[in-house]
Design a protein around this ligand. Sequence first.
Ligand SMILES: O=C(O)CCC(=O)C(=O)O
Length: 366
Amino acid sequence: MDEFTAKFDRLSVRNREQGNVEDDNLKDQEDFVRMSLVKRKKDFRYMERIEGRLVNIAEGLELHTGVFDAVEQKKIVDFVYRLQAKGRAGILGERTYSEPRKWMRGKGRVTIQFGCCYNYATDKDGNLPGIVRSVEADPMPPLLISMIKRMVSWRVLPPTCVPNSCIINLYDKDDCIPPHIDHHDFLRPFCTVSFLSECNILFGANLKVLGPGEFSGSLAIPLPLGSVLILKGNGADIAKHCVPAVPAKRISITFRKMDDRKLPYRYTPDPELRNLRQLASPSVKPSAQPAHSSPQAVSPHSQNLMPDVRLTTTPASQARKAEFQAQKPETASQSVKDSMSSNPFGANDFPTLSSTSSKPSKRSWK
Ligand SMILES: O=C(O)CCC(=O)C(=O)O
């Protein structure tokens, strides 16, 4: 019997004993057991000397493994490929889809942006690096919203920093992302989710570019499929990070919350991302709380690893799983133009998305 089934069965027995057998609870129970199986590494440590002082440049990094299972990964990857097909057909917002002009190893990757248009470098209209506030980007599709809800609900991302933008990176074999620190138009923490093939992400205060797609880093963290890497603290702001030329096709989705002062002028918040709740911590003591009390009320200090699922029942419990099962392809109706940039790394490493999309895509696939 696998770990999931064993935990699920133990909770089922307890719930039956307590007369707590409604469907809603069973769904919560499954969600809860899956959350408790997520492996969380939060103690990364790599000391580097910076201006004479030893600093842990990995402080603030967290790797959460097993957040999206194989079925969910496939659904997300299929969806990304459908988006890419639309981008190629010119039916996504103009700044949503960008494909690099390939001429050598290590040159860029395809990117698809939602929520905002981000300039990696000053564009031909003189817009500086950062969020281009005058451009309205396509809104985040429902499947990506579901991913955010999962990450908040499962305590991967805090409810105080819910992402409202994202960038999908499609790496072909040998594509890379050069050393960088994410722009402060985006708050910390932000995160990146990995799909299709495993690769290393490198961190270091002084990452070196050795050649096309070749970088030397102090700390290499392997990114398993379906994992979420959280970046904050020194790991986001002291260390640079990069992904050297990947050995095989890879997709990552980086989710970030925009600084309110930098929101696109015509940005409309998505009501789906309001008031997101976390499931109770897996370290909750079952007998310590009455049924249906709020997760926040639960003692975080308890050692019990098998929480009473009744603590976590929410009206939206069925919706959470159903969302992953019920997504249909988006229909978008926008044109896309090719883009060029004055990027110091080369236009294809950090493609600057430089033309304007004025209409949001239709969200008709829920
Ligand atoms: O592909 C990755 O995992 C990293 C992506 C990244 O660094 C970024 O989008 O800024």
